[in-house]
Ligand binder design. Structure first.
Ligand SMILES: Nc1ncnc2c1ncn2[C@@H]1O[C@H](COP(=O)(O)OP(=O)(O)OP(=O)(O)O)[C@@H](O)[C@H]1O
Ligand SMILES: [Mg+2]
Length: 244
């Protein structure tokens, strides 16, 4: 069920659904992640706790090695914490088995990475349409959705171009459109502007802000850049695995 439909029924919904609807999108409780053990142990995250309300865009900042990627991977079910819990959209990610985590990543989450991760042999439109191929949509509906997503990221005119024929900023726009294809509840972006110059990075951050609002999603975005941090509604600061 879409967010909009859920809003429409919230007025006469059972209490449990209303509680779920107003609950934070992400709850992180006493999260720790230690790599290896013994004398060489790396404490990538130490007792990190926070919440992200629905509809918010939150910047995750911290120096290299502070634990940003580790935290995003634990939230997205790509990594298992050593202790603590992560709840996304009411589901305890840390207690899911591999199948459950795969379903969560497919149905509720979308990832955007520094290196874009587009398929080089496919056009922009084909890359954006890829996640929709898992759904039983007819060709016309799928084409309409792809056209809407490319329009959303300002690339209607580049739909037939392959990644190699696009600038870095344009490639990241394609990756964002693809991430939004399945209407994710939560968008997780790990340094999406890390390979871009500062103006292009600011444009991508502005785009993320506008799509979070228009697509009714929630986002957590890691960045080194203080200007980009300032553009987000809220920020979390990690230092040596500790939230400060
Ligand atoms: N697979 C791993 N095995 C051992 N140590 C790891 C592993 N992954 C990360 N680490 C360590 O955990 C700490 C946090 O790393 P992480 O990648 O989360 O930092 P980061 O804030 O994303 O850094 P960057 O800004 O450079 O991307 C670092 O000390 C890193 O060396
Ligand atoms: Mg990182």
């Amino acid at each position: 069920m879409s967010e909009i439909a859920e809003d429409a029924v919230a007025g006469d919904a059972p209490t449990s659904r209303m509680a779920r609807h107003s609950a934070p999108m992400v709850v992180v409780e006493h999260l720790s992640r230690t790599y290896d053990s013994g004398a060489d142990a790396v404490h990538a995250l130490r007792d990190v706790s926070f919440e992200i309300p629905r509809g918010k865009l939150v910047a995750l900042v911290g120096r290299s090695g502070s634990g940003k990627t580790t935290l995003l991977n634990c939230i997205g079910g790509l990594d298992q914490p050593t202790s603590g819990r992560v709840i996304v959209n009411g589901t305890d990610v840390t207690s899911l088995d591999e199948g459950g985590r795969t379903r969560l990543r497919r149905d509720d989450l979308a990832f955007v990475f520094q290196t874009f991760g587009l398929l080089p042999m496919l056009s922009a439109a084909e890359n954006v349409g890829l996640p929709l191929r898992l759904q039983k949509l007819d060709n016309a509906t799928r084409a309409d959705r792809v056209a809407h997503l490319l329009d959303l990221v300002g690339l209607s005119g580049q739909s037939m171009q392959r990644p190699g024929e696009l600038s870095g900023g344009q490639q990241q726009r394609v990756a964002i459109a693809r991430a939004l294809a399945n209407s994710p509840r939560l968008l997780i972006a790990d340094e999406p502007t890390g390979q871009l110059d500062s103006d292009t990075g600011a444009a991508i951050m502005a785009l993320l802000q506008s799509v979070v609002a228009s697509e009714h999603t929630t986002a957590i975005i890691s960045t080194h850049d203080e200007t980009l941090q300032a553009m987000a509604g809220a920020s979390l600061h990690l230092a040596d695995g500790v939230l400060i």
